[in-house]
Structures are given as C-alpha cells and as structure tokens.
Design a protein around this ligand. Structure first.
Ligand SMILES: Cc1ncc(COP(=O)(O)O)c(C=O)c1O
Length: 399
C-alpha cells in the first residue's frame, strides 16, 4: 500500500541531525554538542515543594486549561520584571509560551509566507532555522561585526530581523551597546519587527548586563510599550528547561496575533508549570540560584578555554565568551571541513556541533560550537584532548 508522501520541507533538513541521533548510542561519549544546563543547578527540593503547593492551593490554575495568553498573575509578574523607568508594560504586552521554541514557531506562523525575507544574525540558532523551515523563508545574513554592516540596508524589506544579543547561540558573541542602538534605530526607520531572543541574558560572567533592545526601543514616556521589538525570554537556562516556560514581551497587537496562532498550537501552556514559574520568581528562588549557576559556569568556561589554549591553539581561533554556554572556534586551515571533524570526533568519543547546521545555506564548514556548561573541568579537558586527536586526523586524511 502506498501511503501519502511527507511534506516537501522535510527533505530540506541537514543529515548532521541523523549523526547526532546515532551519537546517543556511543558509550563513554563526552557530549559538548548540546546547550544543556548542568542538572546539579536545579533546585529540586524547592521546586517539588512549589509544585505540591501549586496543586494543593491553586488547583484551578494548576490543573485546568490555562488562558491561551497565560495566567494573569504570571503575565503581570513578567510585565513588572521587565518594566524599567520610562517604559511601561502591562499584561497586554506579555504572552506566556511553552518554552522559547514555541515563541519562535508562533512568530514564524504569524509573520512568514513562502519566500519571506528574514534578516538573521549569522551564524544563526539552529532551533530558529528548524522552527521556520516549514514556512520556507529566505535569509539575509547579518554579520554585525563587519565594518561595512549597515543596519538600515539589512532591515529594509524584511518581515523581521532575528538576533540573540546576549552570548549568541552558537557564536557566544555579545552584541555591543552601539550595535544594539543601531539595530533599534534601523527597526524604527524601516518599520520592521526586531526579534530579541534572550535565553542567556542572565548568564553574564564578567560584567553587568547591557540594556535590552526592548528597553532601548521604548519611546520615552509614551504610555504602553508599542515598539518594534519582540522580546523572548525563557526559564530554561536560569531555572529548569523541563518546566517549558517562556514568554514574549511585545506590542499589544503582536501579542493578540500570537495568541491567535497559539490557540491552534497547544491551546495553553501548562498551568502547573506557570504557577511554579510564578512562585519561583515571586519567592526569590530564581534570584537565589543564579550566583551558584554563574560561578559554576564561569569556572567551566575558564577550564574549557585553558584546555583549548593548551591543545588547540595551532589549529583553531576563538574568543573567550563573557557569558552564555558556548565557545565558537574557527579552524586556521581554511580547508578544514567540520562535518568531517564531527565524524572523527565521534570516533574518538567526543561530540561537538559543526557550523554547517547554523548556516541557513549549510555552506559554513570551518567552525565548531563547543558547550562548556554540562561537563565538569576534567571531562572538558579530556573532551578537548580527544577533539585535538580528531582534528589532526581530519587534517591528515584527504576527503
Ligand atoms: C537562542 C535560543 N533560543 C531559544 C531557545 C529555546 O529554548 P527553550 O525552548 O528551552 O526556552 C534556545 C535553547 O537553547 C536558544 O539557544
């Protein structure tokens, strides 16, 4: 019996994903490929107390279908948390989502037609490319650091610009204050939307956080926020990804449009998770766990970069990131193919992510993304030792 074919966009995926799926079977593998938090940072007993209290004390919020746009108490709390002097937010500016991933999906649903243009910070987050692939957009890469980068030209004619300004996934790059201001200015001039995806905004290891583009884009003292930024936050990196709690802060008409799309997606984000998220913020739990997360990840970043300096210095260039979860390294040898390096690395028992998956055209094969948050310093050092063997083998082998 011949069954109906799967949709066309599925043939447009990268075969590296298959390689990753099979990597799960390798015993003793050191996984430096993902973007996973260390489970030891999860406040398990506090969260189980909050979960029990949520069900016992707020059964109608925790166990019923929640409102599509989110529990009012959580929307109010997010509005208050992201308000700053001169920018007024209310719950009308806030949508609760099932993780940041759902926000990406909904943004694609409400803004993209086949062939729509997206100006995307390059290299770009794989999850965003995955979320928008079924809508068949065309990408205009933005290299914010290039001397000739002109934000107004970049944003002209696009449906939206997509950026991860705090320690980008995958590049770990921090977008400077001047670059943020220029992007915001260009969004105002061109009238387009500016998506600010911010899962790593609390993970600053060396300095105080820069202002969000959301804040920079507020027209001072003009009432409720109605600017061009679609800000996305998540609890995945600052508390626990399994809660699947994210939020969008944006102009009220964008929020109501996203609500329409969310209705046909999952109807509502788990009320239990929303209640736990609310109580985690309100009780100070999120603020309480942050210093421990920062010192753990800062030490791991330092351990990874020390091991890279000791072993990989003649093979790769990289910048030490001042936050986030990743180091982005580019091979000195332009002929290095990091898709091939991944296969050698798996053979040596270590997994990293090659740059091809972060390029909408799949062309960039010279860089790798290395995660430093999941493994302890000894494992990171051993992972880099294995990666070095793999890199030398890749260079030695004509492909
Ligand atoms: C840049 C970026 N956006 C969005 C997400 C989605 O996160 P979540 O769905 O867990 O909130 C991630 C996760 O790694 C990310 O790195």
């Amino acid at each position: 019996m011949k069954r109906p074919a799967f949709a066309n966009w599925l043939s447009d995926t990268n075969d590296i994903t298959q390689t990753f799926l099979s990597a799960g079977q390798i015993s003793g593998l050191i996984n430096m490929a993902g973007g996973l938090p260390d489970p030891s940072t999860w406040p398990v007993s506090d969260l189980s107390d909050l979960a029990a209290a949520a069900v016992a004390q707020h059964p109608h919020e925790a166990l019923a279908y929640a409102p599509i746009e989110g529990l009012p108490v959580l929307r109010d709390l997010i509005a208050q948390r992201f308000s700053v002097h001169g920018m007024r937010l209310t719950r009308e500016n806030v949508l609760i989502t099932t993780g940041g991933m759902q926000a990406l999906d909904l943004i694609g649903k409400v803004l993209l037609e086949p062939g729509s243009l997206i100006a995307a910070q390059s290299p770009a987050y794989l999850g965003a490319l995955d979320a928008w692939r079924p809508r068949q957009p065309i990408y205009r890469p933005m290299r914010l650091e290039a001397n000739d980068f002109d934000p107004v030209t970049a944003l002209t004619g696009v449906q939206f610009a997509y950026t991860v300004p705090n320690f980008s996934n995958p590049s770990g790059r921090l977008v400077s204050l001047a670059e943020r201001q220029a992007l915001v200015e260009a969004a105002h001039v061109t009238g387009t939307w500016l998506v600010e995806d911010d899962p790593y905004g609390t993970l600053y290891y060396d300095s105080a956080p820069l202002p969000r583009m959301l804040t920079l884009s507020a027209q001072r003292d003009e009432g409720l926020y109605d600017g061009p930024v679609i800000y996305m936050g998540t609890l995945s990196k600052e508390l626990a990804p399994g809660l699947r709690i994210g939020w969008v802060v944006a102009a009220p008409n964008m929020i109501t449009t996203l609500v329409t799309a969310k209705q046909g997606s999952d109807m509502s984000t788990s009320g239990l998770s929303q209640r736990i998220a609310h109580d985690s913020f309100a009780s100070g739990l999120t603020d309480h766990v942050l210093p421990n997360i920062l010192s753990l990840y800062r030490a791991r970043r330092d351990a990874l970069c020390a091991a890279m300096k000791a072993h990989l210095d003649d093979l790769f260039d990289w910048q030490v990131p001042s936050g986030g979860m990743f180091v982005w390294a580019t091979a000195r040898d332009a002929s290095m193919n990091t898709d091939h390096l991944l296969r050698e690395a798996l053979f040596q028992g270590v997994c990293i992510t090659p740059s091809s998956v972060f390029d909408p055209e799949g062309q960039n094969r010279r860089s790798i993304r290395i995660n430093f948050t999941l493994n302890d310093p000894d494992k990171l050092a051993e992972g880099i030792r294995r990666l070095t063997v793999a890199a030398r083998a890749t260079i030695a082998k004509p492909q």
